[in-house]
Design a protein around this ligand. Structure first.
Ligand SMILES: Cc1ncc(COP(=O)(O)O)c(C=O)c1O
Length: 463
């Protein structure tokens, strides 16, 4: 459900509810599934008043709705189960979007795999008891220590990104007498219609062995010659915030063509193949994002075509790696307004108690958010810039939004803050990081405790 829902759904009660403003309604497709408004116009998630949560846990507060995460996992599973029949499918959550031990546990319960990109993410997955055979270790510069840790923990797959990594992994595998299962990451030279910083599959990408100059093929042959590595598949990821299936289709076609060439020359055929993750989400610009069933259908067609060409060969298991489309809408950031500042230059700022250190995305690549008041009020509306507390003019969470006039102490909510905000959070200006909670109708879990000055001072202490 992407609409505002009302407690108990009783029509009579609805009549007396202060209705959301049009701005709020249009934002409703950005909110967690369990978002409701109480009769007095206070926003609730999973039945909890956001005013109460802010009072109990402080602000800034990141809130994740468990039901929305589970619904998103199930939507993926259902779409691929109902629509994709060409081969088995594995859906792997891209932990870089947001990871904590509790999130890893939800992913395990939902039968998802986990894509990690560092020893830290690996350690969290291990700590959470996530089944290591369902972990894929990605990244473009894995250290020798990280590779040792991955082999020691028994991760299911290592995705090789470049020649240095290939040599490093061969060395580590030889030393440890392990023979890891690897996929080779290919830069498939597929253009995507997304921000430059979110493109990853073009010829000049920092990620993967280039396809266009033949390097990917040479690398596959090198892995096949190694007695220390088992090559089980090919991987690519073209970009993120994608709203069309074309890059996935082109990418999968190119990987299958590459595999066919290798099969002709060396008799090797992939068990697994992945066009990566990157499916988009609804954003404030209102552009439509098709459901994941559209993606499943498109990939089914590509696999069917390729299967018809190569009938004697088994269709490889398809691996999909969504991050943002699983977690973004489940998370909201709750801030308290600290000041309202009109300027002679025409901009009225609302300063909140967080900002670029907990959400760098607007400053980093112009990500657009909106903001909503937690309490609906019949005050006049005004256009404001939601700016953070950090010492940078670029510290703007929302450059322009029309809101009812807000006072110091009012609460503001930033929807779709579940992906790529906290994982990129910093301690800029030595401000402690926010608290993070996970909620469902029965329980509130503290997912990350609010940092303290003692935490900050720890880094200056001698070991
Ligand atoms: C290899 C790989 N897989 C999956 C993802 C997840 O992308 P998204 O969160 O947009 O689905 C990324 C994101 O950068 C990635 O690099």
């Amino acid at each position: 459900m992407y609409v505002w829902m009302f407690p108990n759904g009783e029509a009579e009660k609805r009549k007396s509810i202060v209705m959301p403003t049009p701005t709020q309604l249009s934002s409703a497709r950005l909110l967690p599934d369990t978002t409701t408004a109480s009769q007095d116009g206070v926003m609730h998630i999973a039945g909890y008043s956001l005013i109460d949560l802010a009072q109990r846990h402080g602000t800034p507060l990141y809130i994740f709705d468990r039901a929305t995460i589970i619904n998103a996992c199930q939507r993926y599973r259902k779409a691929f189960h109902d629509t994709y029949h060409a081969s088995p499918v594995r859906i792997i959550y891209a932990a870089k979007a947001y990871l904590s031990p509790l999130i890893a546990q939800i992913m395990a319960e939902q039968g998802m795999g986990l894509d990690v990109v560092s020893g830290g993410e690996l350690a969290v997955a291990h700590h959470a008891g996530f089944p290591m055979e369902n972990v894929s270790f990605h990244g473009n510069n894995k250290t020798e220590d990280e590779l040792h840790l991955a082999l020691q923990l028994g991760v299911g797959r290592i995705v090789l990104d470049n020649w240095s990594e290939l040599e490093r992994l061969m060395r580590v595998a030889q030393e440890t007498k392990k023979r890891p299962r690897v996929l080779l990451r290919v830069a498939p030279d597929v253009e995507t219609d997304t921000h430059r910083y979110l493109q990853t599959g073009h010829a000049a990408s920092k990620f993967g062995f280039p396809l266009s100059n033949g390097e990917a093929k040479v690398a596959i042959q090198a892995v096949l010659r190694s007695e220390h590595l088992q090559l089980i598949g090919l991987h690519a990821h073209t970009g993120t915030m994608l709203r069309e299936t074309r890059p996935y289709e082109e990418c999968l076609e190119r990987l299958l063509d590459l595999a066919a060439e290798i099969y002709e020359e060396a008799g090797w055929w992939p068990e697994e193949i992945s066009p990566g993750g990157g499916w988009g989400i609804e954003t404030v610009d209102g552009a439509d994002v098709p459901g994941v069933d559209v993606l499943a259908q498109a990939l089914q067609k590509v696999m069917e075509r390729s299967g018809a060409d190569r009938a004697a060969l088994p269709v490889p298991t398809l691996i999909i790696e969504p991050g943002r489309s699983i977690i973004a809408r489940a998370g909201v950031a709750l801030y308290r307004v600290g000041a309202r500042k009109p300027t002679p230059g025409g901009i009225t700022y609302l300063f909140v108690d967080g900002g670029m250190a907990d959400n760098i995305r607007p400053a980093l690549y112009g990500a657009r958010y909106t903001a909503l008041p937690v309490e609906q009020r019949a005050t006049p509306e005004e256009e404001v810039c939601i700016s953070g507390r950090y010492c940078e003019s670029g510290d703007m969470l929302v450059e322009r939004v029309v809101l009812p006039e807000m006072q110091d102490g009012d609460l503001l909510l930033l929807p779709t803050a579940g992906a790529y905000c906290l994982p990129m959070a910093s301690n800029y200006n030595l401000v402690p990081r926010p608290a993070v909670i996970l909620i469902d109708e029965q329980q509130v879990w503290q997912m990350e405790r609010r940092e303290t000055y003692t935490d900050l001072l720890m880094r200056y202490s001698e070991e």
